[in-house]
Design a protein around this ligand. Sequence first.
Ligand SMILES: [Zn+2]
Length: 93
Amino acid sequence: MNSKQLSKGVRAAVSKFESSLKEGKTPARYRMAMKKIVCAHCGADQFLKGNISNLTGGIMASGRSSGLHSLVCVGCSRMELFAAEPTKDETEV
Ligand SMILES: [Zn+2]
């Protein structure tokens, strides 16, 4: 992966995030490794989830097929990337 491919993927994920907001997609809380995911920037715990594997072609040229899972903070739009799929946290309301 080079920086050009990464920025292309990030741009695609951001535009997907913006269209998700327009569609009224509901943000949710997520867990990874038994721990609640909290935004490293603003501390919010609600994210919109996306999978950018199809938008980042080059990133997965290594042959890995799992793709990247993105969580975009609804508070500040910071994007967190995970190689494994985060678990939706249904325990809190
Ligand atoms: Zn945030």
